[in-house]
Design a protein around this ligand. Sequence first.
Ligand SMILES: NC(=O)c1ccc[n+]([C@@H]2O[C@H](COP(=O)([O-])OP(=O)(O)OC[C@H]3O[C@@H](n4cnc5c(N)ncnc54)[C@H](OP(=O)(O)O)[C@@H]3O)[C@@H](O)[C@H]2O)c1
Length: 346
Amino acid sequence: MAEKGRVCVTGAGGFVGSWLVKLLLSKGFVVHATVRDPSNHIPALICFIFSPSRLCHVTLIISDKKNAHLQTLDNASEKLKLFKADVLDYQSVSTAVQGCVGVFHVASPIPSPALSNYEVEMFEPVVKGTLNVLRASNEANIKRVVIVSSVAAVIYNPAWPEGKVKDESCWSDKDYCRNMGNALSWYALSKAEAEFKAFEYGDTSGIGIVTVCPALVIGPILQSALTSSSWVLFNLLKEGYESVDFSEHMLLDVRDLAEALVLAYEKPEAEGRYICASHSVTTKDFVGMLQRMYPSYKYPQSFKEGEPRARTTSEKLQKLGWSFRPLEETLADSVESYRQAGLLLK
Ligand SMILES: NC(=O)c1ccc[n+]([C@@H]2O[C@H](COP(=O)([O-])OP(=O)(O)OC[C@H]3O[C@@H](n4cnc5c(N)ncnc54)[C@H](OP(=O)(O)O)[C@@H]3O)[C@@H](O)[C@H]2O)c1
């Protein structure tokens, strides 16, 4: 296959990054994939979240290397190059982007109860990390950087007219997020600030910046362990919750997100922000769908009323040519991937 161009993907070993790398390799790109520790093993902590009583499943996965799945992707042997980089370490990012024509900045901490200092563990890596990636890209003469933001950077805005669907012109209010003071609100604040600063940097440097703001990402895993939002679906199948909240969620398939990111990179007319969300579904309907497809798992029995969720639109992205798959396909492929990874019994 002819080389299509050389691009860098930060956070390549994560849930989203892995699917993006797979898609780019399949399209003929040479990929500089950054991971923080190429020799890392899956941390034991993940196993305890999984549940101490199921430790036997866990011993199967902790012996695996965390980023080994990247090397097994089609075309990886010729077209994938791993770089050890932390986005807070400018030099490591600068080395990874050398020779590339484009960058996908995916790496980011995600909200987690394990975080204690949001300013240091969330805000700094998201904002300073993004600026390091942009500065390194500018110095390497890169023309376009696609940044993975989040719908969290869009929706927390109390001044937005009630009932009006939120589009890309809506920005999460930084003071409001800071005052809420929890992991999710700091994530929203950090992502909004990083996007804002990125567009500012783009205006002065001339780099083309496009941001994509995904909703909750679900879908099959390429990794041998769960990270990030993969836990949401997995826990509904596995945890046997008595009760969960009833609220509405905006979801999308990780593979559709990878397509959106490549579209944002390849389409010359792509500009600004793009909200990326496919399905809006209540937890109750979501569980009902799973139950019809896989009746033998232990599902929540009751549903508490949850907060009403913001309505957003992905019309701008759809106009760019984006489409998404049915939710049933996402669920079926996710369950199959958990089974194949040995995380879920049939
Ligand atoms: N999953 C969702 O529902 C969702 C929704 C909206 C937006 N997003 C965004 O999508 C992107 C990918 O998230 P994900 O779901 O794939 O999460 P993930 O599986 O946890 O992946 C995040 C990746 O970022 C890397 N990372 C974190 N801090 C870093 C640092 N200081 N330097 C370099 N790499 C660092 C992690 O590396 P290690 O493996 O070394 O920890 C990991 O590979 C993030 O920008 C996230 O904010 C995700």
